[in-house]
Design a binder for this molecule. Sequence first.
Ligand code: UD1
Length: 428
Amino acid sequence: MLTAEMIVIEGGTPLRGTVRVSGAKNSALKLMAASILGNGPTTITNVPIISDIAVMAKVLETLGARVSRHDHTIEIDTASVDKWETPYELVSKMRASISVLGPLVARFGRARVAMPGGCNLGARKIDMHMLGMQALGVQFKTDHGFIEATTPEGLHGAYVSLDFPSVGATENTMMCAVTAQGTTIIENAAREPEIEDLANMLNAMGARVSGAGTSIITIQGVSPEDLHPCQHATCGDRIEAGTFLVAGALCAGPVTVEGIDPSFLRMALMKLQAMGCRVECGEDSITVSRMEPLKATDIQTLPHPGFPTDLQAQFMLLCALADGNSVISENVFENRFMFAAEIGRMGADISIDDHHAIVKGVKGLQGTAVKATDLRCGAALVLAGVYAEGTTTVHRIYHIDRGYEDYVGKLSALGANLRRVSDPDSEW
Ligand code: UD1
């Protein structure tokens, strides 16, 4: 077993400079799953070097694909895929493993994927994934902890109306519909930029998808033989970009993030401005700086283009240090306020009432030992440590490694004083 590591931060250093964001984790994972449809060697570039990508590579290898990686380019040859089962061992490590369900069914008419258990962001069901694919002719049964999908009468186009614009359900239904006979229309589809990125790759493989990025996606089915491998570049990671912009806002900046389309982050940029920051956008870059104290603001997380739940913890940190009181409402996931308890240990004043957090601004934070409870909580705790007085240690940083490539290196380059060391206390 690898020795666990922690991040040790000496707070109080200014941050300024330029950081290049990696490719989007939430895009690259689905692009990798979609490569199954290509039945040959697909190349995906701008893939972040993070542990979730390694799990997805393992998922594909378990199915029989050959995966090779050189720096930020990954080649996946899916011609040799001859298995349809994804075990619990991988699904429990990463829920996004279930995104192979749609492409497996579209190419082979069958799939067997372990049911994801509960996770630390609440129940996170997959009922909408199943309802979407059922409308296309997929039959599901549960079997000893697995979901088994078959298509006794083939796949056919259909109207699919999602209860909620779920990212995962939209993607799985879209990938499944690519080979369904006739036309599929997904209504109330998720509009995240990563969905558009996936649709672009599917089209490069020979699929016929239109409307991605809007709430109505139309897919004209093609036959599996019409699909072929392709080359595709992953879009920039808007959540990583937003995290570094928060770092700049926190420590006054200026901090520039490069490799990101500013239109992916409109709502978050508006909130930075409302909090007293100056924001300047280039074609694929954003600069944030701040000359005045942070102002309190209210935030509610919503599906894109609303405020992203994946930036909620980082903005909670800003609100915790703002002048006045802020209310943050979490509308996407239940149980996503674990950050509040950890940052409370550093001196923040936050109370939780159901899905609302009432954040009373404090003058400063003090360094102490804290633990990452999920990916975004971990990233925000490191930023808190960069700002806080004294030394902060962040434990359980495997959460951060799931989604941030070289987080410590990138923050160091901006001027932070932090390092990874082995964690002597396994109790964390
Ligand atoms: C994706 C992102 C995650 C982001 C989230 C919302 C990936 C790998 N992860 O997760 O980082 O926070 O979008 O932007 O892309 N739900 C159901 N039934 C379903 C599906 C979802 O009830 O069948 C619920 C979930 O429990 C959750 C909400 O819908 O409360 C949103 O989930 P969804 O949009 O599907 O998120 P993910 O695709 O899991």
